[in-house]
Design a protein. Structure first.
Lengths: 516, 236
């Protein structure tokens, strides 16, 4: 059926969404009727033309030539307007030929029997031509449909290979199927959390039906097992899809199933790789932490036992020195443990920012107060403008960044070093800079200081698993900012922490005006 | 001699605390559980209570609530819990101060003493207060710097300062400060930051390293008068 063919060719044209089949059906017969009417009109026009040409030249042209002329017209009509008009035209032609040209003229009677033969042959030829033309056209349409389908299939495969994971593939497939079949489609994945949904679909499939209650269930069978089920609800009900379209749906399902299977194995491989990387990291971390925790613990245990010794003969000053040593080592360990915990939190990607509006000067103040002892002997300069905007950040994380930067400065610079802390707005971000005139960064590439387990100098006396700056970077990035290291103008180290400054809340603007 | 009740289940910390307070003129009462803590609080009528939050039989916060329901005794939380949310809960339940573990002995001692002094002396009179170099007549709302020049403060700044003075040495949460200054229907903690900043610029010698109006990150502020007062430690 030509109509059906044309219809399905329009529907699989995935690129341009054509009207839904329901509206198609409502407007379809009218359009087809008009087209047919035009075909018949054309047929009569061509007949009239042929007659108009043939009548004046008769009888210098013989009847065979005139019959040929009519056949030519029939062939053209068949080509342009299909079988109906062509057949109708050939009958009219024969009647006209008989009436106008075959003696006796202007009568349907036929004097010579051979003319009857001519007319019958002419009718047969016209019918054959009409059939041939139509079947050629149908072949062409089929070829077009299949080319369009190949293109659609190719487009689907390409989009599927572009999708990153099963969820992305499902989105692509559902969109594609919805467009192609003018239906609502959904994809129930086999490994989805919603196992109950799949179970229900499985039952439908097991009961043997593909079409159940206006829905079509297309199983997606991978090479190993069922990857999922494609559920299609055509807008006109399941009956709206032809057998051909059901076949086409199955064809589309095959690459989808394979792609889903591929995504699943890729995900499994990635999980395995991450697991192995994590295992490696854990081992490195454990070794590093174990060393860094044992060192201060050894000092604490040693100093403690020395104080506890009844006949050690320690004087007051020495006991005090030991006491301070114990406290200092314990504080080092506290910072280390807190870095380890933060590290674990950030790495496990369970770090949820609990942000609030923070005043940068308060964060700096807090961090400085906490590190006063470590920073003793360094000259600290702070330059923070009074009208600095607030930032939306998690206070503990920013303080941790500042703590790590300040402790780094304390660890790696000699007493007397000048440490400058400044904050200012730079473009649409807050720039907090910790700058010193100490010995500077140990690497040619400043970025290396942010790598995990990377320590400035291989001195065992310096505590820290090399996590501090890695955490600074992770914490800064969690906030949508970043941290960079560079050489300071004085030849020391310079760390630039950049955090986004968001729209200031209205009330603060008002308060700034009032407070100034 | 002031009586201090220490509710802490760890033996080592118990003995350190006992040593610290006994050598500094306190009579120490110990409790290893929340239940024991409540009994001892009723039995010994302590002048100050130090509570660990992670107790074996109950959350220390509940103990704070129970004690607070019948006594105004100052309560200091001594805990390893660092999350702001947990610290805020302790303050909202009735804690007066919060010292993080690992703590420094001098700091804990200083805070305890400040708390006991405040509690014994009662609410500060509305006299003249000296914050750094600035003398403030709280009742007349006049502030003078060391050269006798007037330091102008807006009425709102004055009210914030009054609120901090009322809780001298203790942490005042953001919410409490805002309630006392702006009233119950306001909750703009961001405006508060701005006013604190301008107060610091007027009262502190170095506003970027304040010595008197101290920030307790994520919790609130604390006004400290004497320089000998040990600063709080950074959050870990």
């Amino acid at each position: 059926m030509y109509k059906g063919g044309a219809d399905s060719s329009a529907r699989i044209d995935a690129g341009a969404p054509s009207p839904a089949p329901v509206t198609n059906r409502r407007g379809g017969p009218l359009v087809a009727f008009k087209q047919q009417l035009r075909g018949y009109a054309a047929a009569f026009a061509v007949t009239a033309l042929c007659t108009g040409v043939a009548f004046p030249v008769y009888p210098s042209f013989n009847i065979t030539n005139i019959a040929m002329l009519y056949l030519l017209g029939t062939a053209w009509v068949a080509l342009r307007h299909g079988r109906g008009p062509a057949l109708c035209m050939s009958v009219v032609n024969i009647l006209l030929l008989d009436y106008l040209f075959i003696p006796p003229l202007f009568s349907f009677e036929i004097e010579d029997l051979p003319y009857t033969f001519t007319l019958v042959v002419m009718l047969a030829v016209a019918v054959i031509i009409a059939h041939l033309v139509v079947s050629i056209q149908r072949h062409r349409e089929r070829a077009e449909i299949s080319a369009a389908r190949m293109a659609a299939l190719y487009a689907l495969s390409r989009e599927l290979s572009g999708a990153l994971d099963a969820a992305g593939m499902a989105t692509v497939a559902v969109r594609h199927i919805s467009d192609t079949f003018h239906a609502t489609a959904e994809l129930v994945l086999a490994d989805a959390a919603d196992g109950a949904g799949l179970e229900a679909v499985r039952r439908v499939l097991a009961s043997g039906g593909r079409c159940v209650a206006d829905s079509i269930y297309e199983p997606l069978r991978g090479s190993r097992d069922l990857q999922g089920v494609l559920v299609v609800h055509p807008r006109g009900g399941a009956a709206a899809l032809s057998a051909e379209q059901l076949q086409w749906l199955a064809t589309l399902a095959a690459p989808l199933a394979l792609a889903l299977e591929r995504a699943q194995s890729a995900a499994a491989a990635q999980t395995a790789q991450i697991a192995s990387e994590q295992a490696h990291m854990r081992n490195t971390l454990l070794a590093s932490i174990s060393h860094d925790l044992r060192t201060p613990l050894a000092a604490i245990a040693g100093a403690g036992s020395l104080i506890a010794l009844s006949d050690s003969g320690l004087d007051r000053d020495r006991r005090r020195t030991l006491g301070h040593l114990i406290e200092r080592k314990a504080r080092d360990m506290t910072q280390l443990v807190s870095n380890i915990l933060k590290f674990a939190e950030i790495e496990s990607q369970q770090a949820r920012l609990e942000t609030d509006w923070q005043a940068v000067d308060e964060l700096i103040e807090h961090s400085l107060r906490g590190n006063e002892a470590a920073l003793s002997g360094r000259r600290i300069a702070i330059s923070v403008p009074a009208d600095l905007p607030l930032i939306l950040a998690e206070a503990t994380l920013i303080v941790q960044i500042m703590n790590n930067l300040l402790q780094n400065a304390a660890k790696y610079t000699p007493p007397g070093t000048r440490i400058e802390i400044s904050a200012r707005v730079d473009g649409d971000s807050m720039l907090i800079v910790v700058d010193d005139d100490g010995p500077g960064l140990p690497f040619d590439d400043p970025e290396r200081v942010f790598e995990k387990f990377q320590r400035g100098r291989n001195e065992d006396s310096i505590v820290g698993a090399g996590l501090g700056l890695a955490i600074c970077r992770a914490a800064a990035r969690l906030h949508g900012g970043d941290i960079r290291a560079a050489e300071s103008s004085a030849g020391g180290a310079r760390f630039e922490l950049r955090l986004p400054v968001r729209m200031q809340p209205q009330a603060v603007g008002a308060a700034l005006g009032a407070g100034a | 001699m002031h009586v201090i009740l220490i509710v802490e289940d760890d033996d080592a910390i118990q003995s350190v605390l006992r040593m610290l307070f006994e050598t500094n003129g306190f009579r120490v009462v110990l409790a290893g559980t929340a239940a024991r803590g409540e009994i001892n609080a009723k039995l010994h009528k302590p002048d100050i209570v130090v509570v660990d939050l992670g107790l074996p039989d109950d959350d220390g916060v509940n103990l704070i609530g129970q004690i607070r329901s019948w006594s105004p005794v100052p309560i200091i939380v001594l805990s390893a819990r660092t999350a702001e949310r947990q610290r805020l809960t302790a303050f909202e339940t009735g804690a007066d101060d919060y010292v993080l573990k690992p703590f420094s002995s001098p700091e804990l001692l200083a805070r305890t003493r400040a708390m006991v002094r405040r509690h014994v002396r009662g609410i500060l009179p509305m006299g003249v207060l000296k914050i750094g170099a600035v003398s403030i007549d709280m009742s007349r709302r006049v502030a003078l710097d060391e050269r006798g020049q007037e330091v102008r403060m807006t009425p709102l700044e004055h009210r914030i300062l009054e609120s901090l003075v009322r809780h001298l040495g203790r942490i005042v949460t953001h919410a409490a400060l805002i309630r006392e200054v702006w009233g119950p229907n306001c909750n703009d903690a961001r405006a508060l930051r701005v006013y604190i900043g301008s107060l610091r610029r007027k009262l502190e010698a170095d506003p970027s390293r304040p010595k008197h109006i101290l920030t307790e990150l994520g919790i609130g502020y604390r006004l400290v008068l004497d320089a000998a007062y040990e600063p709080v430690r950074a959050l870990h």
